[in-house]
Every structure is written in C-alpha cells, then in structure tokens.
Design a protein around this ligand. Structure first.
Ligand code: C2E
Ligand code: MG
Ligand code: MG
Length: 669
C-alpha cells in the first residue's frame, strides 16, 4: 500500500481536504465567535470591549484565511501545485484561530455567566468535534486545534473553584480524548482512503494504458487483418491466375488458343457423360485441312501458323469455342451437342465452306479445303477415344477417296477398320510366316527397246488372299513395320538379282520408305546386302517417293547423299503426285524421275504439258525419266515421242515372281 502513493500526493490530497473545507469552518468560526461575544451580556463593559477586540482579531484572521482559501480555490485547485506552502499557510491560520479560541477561554472564563459558560463549552465541544473529523488528515493540526478549543476551557472548569463546573471540565477532557481517538481513526481511514484512491487511480491509469494498448493492438490487428485480407486476396488471385495459367498450359494449344488434345479429351469425356445421362446425342467432327502441308512446306512455318490461327478463328463461327480443339498439326476436332447426323453434316459442310474462303497470309492468298469425318455418340461409340478414332478414320477414308468432302462413320467403314486392324496384326508375323514375296516388273529402255532394269514390288499372301501393297504398305508405315519389311525386300531383291543369269547386267529398283531411309540400321543392312550378294552399288536404284520431302528434309538429303556416295542411284517415284518444291529437288541428288501413271494414262493436254515440263526439268538436272503405267501401244509411242528415257507398265509386263522373269526375258529379249 505504502508504495502506491507518494508523500507529495498525500500532501496534495490533505491540502484538498483541509483547505477545501475551510469555507464551512470559517463560517462556523465567525458564527460561533460572534454568537458567544455578542449574544451573552458581559459582566462589565470592559470585558465586552476586550471580547470585541478578540472578535475583531478573529475576524481579521478569518478574512486572511478566507483570502488564502479563495486564492487556493481559484488559482491552485485543479493544477499540479506544490501543496507545501498552501498547507503551511492554512496551518498558521488554524494555529492562530485555535490560539484565539484558547485565549478567549482563558481570558473570559472567569467572567462568564453559568449559561454563557455552558453555551461556550457546548460550542467549543461542537467545534472541536467537527474539527476532529475535518482536520483528521493532519494529526498535529487536529491535536492542536481540539486541544486549544477544549483543554483551556476544561482545565479552567476543573481548577476554578466554582460550584460543580469541574464536571463540565472532566467531560470536556473525556470528550477531548474521544475526539482524539476518533480523529486518529479518521486519520487512518483518510490515509487508507488515499491509498485506495491512489490504487484506484493506478488501476484506472493501468486500465487506461491497457485500454490504449488494447486499442493499439486492435488497430494493429485490424491493419494486419486488412493486410492479411489483401495478401489473401492477392494470393487467391495469384492462385487463380496460376491455376488458369496451368490450365491453359496443360489444356490449351498455345498457337490457336483452342483446347489441345488433353483439354479436348476432358471436354469430350464430360460431354459424353452428360449425353448418356440425358439420353441425347453428340456429334464429333474430325477436321483435317487439305493443302496445309504444302503451304507450310513452301511458304514456311510463319505463314502456316497464320493459316492455322485463321482457321481456328473461322471454326469459332460454327461451333462453340469451348467445344473446339486442335488435335495436332492441321487437324481440328469439334463437338456438337444434341446433333443428329443431318445437323452434323450441315455444320460440317458450312465449316468446309468457311475454310475454302481464301486466307490472306503475308501477301499470299491461300485456298485451302477440309476433309471432315463425323462420328455420333452413342450411335457409333460411347467413349471419347473410340469416338475420336472413328471420326478420324472416317476422315482418313474420305481423304483417300476424295479430298474436301464430308463423311459419316458407318458399319462398312467399321468393318474395314476392323479388317485393317486385323491386317496390321497379321502383317507383324508375315515375314516369319513366309507370307511375303517379291515380284519384279521390267523397265524398258526406250532407245534400245531392251529391258534395262526391274522394279522389286512386295507381295503379301495372307492366308489364301493376296493383299494389295496399296493396302498393306500404309498399314506397315503406320504400324512402324516398314524398316523391317523394307530390309527384307532389299535383301530378297539383291539375292534374286545375284542369281539371275541374263546376258546384260540388269539393274534393280527397290522402293524405300521414309521410315526405312531414316532408320538407324538402314546403311548397315544395305552395305551387308551389297557385300554378301557382290552386287555393284551402281546396279541398285532406290526409289523414294515425293512424300519424303514432307519429312525432315535436311536429314533425308544427308541420307540420300550417303547413298550417292556409295554409288547407289536414286529415283524420285510417283513424281507429280506430291508437292516437291523445286528448291528441295535441287538440294537432293537423284538420277531418275518416275512420272506417275496418272499423267501417263491421262490423255489431256495438261498431262502432256506436265510430262514435257518434267522431262525438260530432268534434263536440266542431268537425270533420266521413267514413265510408269504404260498399258497400251499408243501410250508407249506417245511417251517415247515425248522423250521419256524408260518405260514401265502392264503393256510390257505385269509384276511377276522371280522365277518367271528368266522365261519372260528369254521370250522378250
Ligand atoms: P510404285 O513404286 O509406283 O510401283 C508401281 C506400281 O504400279 C505397282 O503397284 C505396279 O504393279 C503398278 N503398275 C505398274 N505398271 C502398271 C500399269 O501399266 N497399270 C497399272 N494400273 N499399274 C501398274 P503395286 O505393286 O501394287 O505397288 C503399289 C505401290 O506400293 C508401289 O508403287 C510402291 O509405292 C509401294 N510398294 C510396293 N512394294 C514396295 C516395297 O517393297 N517397299 C515400299 N516402300 N513400297 C512398296
Ligand atoms: Mg516404285
Ligand atoms: Mg510409282
């Protein structure tokens, strides 16, 4: 408790208590004094005069004390004043007042009447009693004042031999004791109260500090919360942004911004799910651009990219953008919910019309078309991969038959696809099962009219049916079997050639697919075959189709140059059906150009123009021409007249087994 309040604080509170009560005290003093002096008639006028002097003196003291109290009240009260001096002045005033009371008792006791004496005793006791409470904060003051008021009067009463007044004196002393003990109790109570007040104040201050602290913490919390909220919001938007970015990266095609394979498969699975639960139908369109590869090859990837973006943009006019995807290269896919076969066909035709409108890309006006395959869920398939495969195969089938058309999946196609799957499987074991053989077709030199070479053509007898190379070669290419099959043909052809005993040194043409040409083991197989059969490399002509130009040209050129370096001759097969750019042709060393039979068998003026141009170009490149597909005498004469160096066709001979060739040679040489 002691620590809670300083001495200065106790002093100030004491001053507040004592000086604050001065006004009432002074009023009481003036009333009491005036009453005693003027109410009772004095025994002599001289006594009265003395009393009046004392009263006057008291009045002066009261006025001085009042002035001091007023000064305190209006100047000091409520400020952080030093209580020492005001208290000192108050004490002096009180001592003087007390002394005047004592003086009054001593001076006038003997001259008081019985009534006056009793009244004085009562007044002094009352004043002392009041002072005992009011002055209790300061022990010396209460001691002095109550003693000054009661003791002189009580002692006078005891020792003045006048009747029974000593009783009053004894009572006065007892009363004085009583006042003391209660004044001291009040003092303790006052001090305790001060401590309590101080502790209360401390508590209040502490509470205030804590309240301020709490407010500060609250403000901090609020601002931290706000920051956290905004950080959270930022984080959320960042997470959203990244999620969207991740979605875009994993589900969108960066070039066209359409769904990529992954994204489209997800979409298709969802749509199939919805379709099956709602008992509806869903059409899937597989769209393949016609002519894109040529654009890409001849005008470069930049133009190709512009075309793809433009096609994607146009597709959005016919299907929901979210329902469109880029399957790869120049292939697009689209879903049309609730579509019947008829509506799907109508939309597919509209898409084709949209794509055929010429596209302008870097000053080039490009006309493209699209071949579209349609499959319907659940009619044709009820899972995403099957549906896509069927639409893809339908597109592929249409493309084989006629570019720029729309086809719908059907059971016949399904059977064909099944058959192709079966053939693909069977082809894997065709070599080991001995189902393959090589047929040879003579190639005639126009100037000598003699056979100069034979073309080795692969044959496959699967069970009891012959499968056309036009069927199984693409299957083998797709199934990655060409390197194996091609090696087998190359070996077989060179072995057969090494066995033939013809007058002249016959040459042999062997078809080589791109996959075979680019296969790592190709040169090893070739070198071994040439070495074991002792065939001079100059007698081997390797036929590569124009399609090689669609592959990695640099690598193809490198491989072809390695072949040429060995002395092997190169033929460009089916010339005119692909889209070889002259630039690429120039970079490729070759010895023969084989004019495709579609030109040979076409009697139009345009075909002749193409053939003449090809022959002219071949001469420029320093190579010779072979016309394929000669079936009639007329064609033979015509192509000879046009200036072709070699002729090949059913007119001379159909492809035949190795064993028949000697007979044919002997009959026709
Ligand atoms: P190609 O290399 O252009 O072979 C010529 C094709 O034309 C052969 O068809 C041949 O039988 C056919 N032909 C020849 N003269 C005539 C004619 O006067 N009229 C008609 N209508 N056709 C004629 P085939 O044997 O069916 O081969 C088709 C294609 O399959 C070949 O075309 C070639 O690209 C590919 N091929 C065949 N065997 C092999 C092979 O061992 N390896 C590779 N990579 N491809 C092969
Ligand atoms: Mg060929
Ligand atoms: Mg050909």
């Amino acid at each position: 408790m002691e620590n809670l309040i300083s001495k200065a604080e106790i002093e100030r509170d004491t001053a507040e208590m004592l000086i604050g009560n001065t006004f009432v005290g002074l009023l009481m003093t003036v009333f009491a004094f005036s009453g005693l002096v003027f109410f009772f008639e004095s025994t002599t006028p001289a006594i009265q005069t003395q009393k009046t002097y004392v009263w006057g003196f008291v009045l002066v003291v009261v006025l001085a004390r009042l002035t001091d109290a007023l000064y305190w009240r209006f100047k000091l009260h409520g400020t952080q004043y030093n209580p020492t001096f005001p208290l000192f002045r108050f004490s002096i005033g009180l001592y003087v007042t007390g002394s005047l009371w004592a003086l009054y008792s001593v001076l006038f006791y003997a001259h008081m009447t019985t009534i006056e004496l009793a009244a004085t005793m009562v007044v002094l006791s009352a004043m002392a009693g009041g002072a005992g409470t009011v002055l209790s904060p300061k022990k010396p003051l209460v001691t002095f004042y109550s003693t000054a008021l009661l003791m002189p009067m009580s002692l006078c009463a005891i020792f003045h031999q006048q009747g029974d007044f000593y009783i009053l004196g004894v009572l006065g002393i007892i009363f004085w004791f009583g006042i003391f003990s209660s004044a001291f109790r009040y003092h303790r109570f006052f001090i305790n109260t001060l401590h309590l007040k101080a502790s209360n104040n401390r508590l209040m201050e502490q509470m205030e500090v804590e309240r301020t602290e709490t407010q500060k913490i609250n403000r901090l919390l609020v601002s931290t919360n706000e920051k956290l909220d905004s950080a959270n919001a930022n984080l959320e938007s960042e997470v959203e942004r990244r999620t969207a970015e991740l979605f875009r990266l994993s589900n969108k095609d960066p070039l066209t911004n359409l769904l990529n394979r992954n994204g489209f498969l997800k979409l298709l699975n969802q749509q199939i799910q919805r379709t099956s639960t709602s008992d509806n139908s869903l059409a899937l369109l597989f769209i393949d651009l016609d002519g894109f590869k040529q654009v890409n090859d001849s005008l470069g990837h930049k133009v190709g990219d512009i075309v793809l973006k433009e096609v994607a943009r146009r597709l959005c006019a016919y299907c929901e953008e979210d329902h469109l995807g880029r399957w790869g290269g120049d292939e697009f896919v689209a879903t049309i919910p609730y579509a019947t076969v008829e509506t799907a066909k109508t939309i597919a035709c509209a898409i084709r019309n949209g794509i055929t409108v010429p596209i302008t890309a870097e000053d080039n006006h490009l006309s493209l078309d699209a071949t579209i395959g349609i499959a319907i869920c659940p009619e044709h398939a009820n899972n995403a991969l099957d549906l896509i495969q069927q639409a893809d195969l339908t597109m592929y089938d249409r493309k084989r038959k006629q570019h720029g058309t729309v086809g719908v999946f059907n059971e016949a196609l399904h059977d064909e696809i099944k058959r192709q799957q079966w053939l693909s499987e069977s082809l894997k074991t065709a070599v080991t099962n001995g189902e393959l053989c090589v047929f040879y077709q003579p190639i005639i030199n126009v100037s000598t009219n003699q056979i100069s070479s034979v073309e080795a053509l692969l044959r496959w007898k699967c069970g009891d049916q012959f499968i056309s190379p036009a069927t199984f070669i693409p299957l083998a290419e797709r199934g990655g079997l060409m390197p194996e099959l091609g090696s087998w043909v190359l070996n077989r052809a060179l072995i057969d050639l090494s066995h033939w005993q013809f007058d002249s040194k016959l040459c042999i043409s062997v078809n080589v697919s791109v996959a075979q040409l680019l296969d790592d083991s190709f040169f090893k197989i070739l070198d071994t075959a040439l070495e074991t059969t002792k065939i001079a490399p100059e007698r081997l002509f390797l036929e590569i189709t124009e399609s090689v130009f669609a592959s990695d040209t640099q690598l193809v050129v490198k491989q072809v140059q390695a072949l040429v370096a060995r002395g092997v001759k190169i033929s460009i097969d089916d010339f005119g059906t692909g889209y070889s750019s002259l630039h690429r042709l120039q970079s490729m060393p070759f010895n023969f150009i084989k004019i495709d039979r579609s030109f040979v068998q076409n009697t139009s003026e345009e075909s002749d123009t193409i053939i003449r141009a090809t022959i002219l170009m071949a001469k420029e490149f320093g190579c010779q021409t072979v016309a394929e597909g000669i079936e009639t005498e007329q064609q033979r004469q015509h192509l000879s007249a046009l200036g072709t160096d070699f002729l090949q066709g059913f007119y001379f001979a159909k492809p035949m087994p190795a064993s028949h060739l000697s007979t044919w040679y002997n009959e026709n040489k």
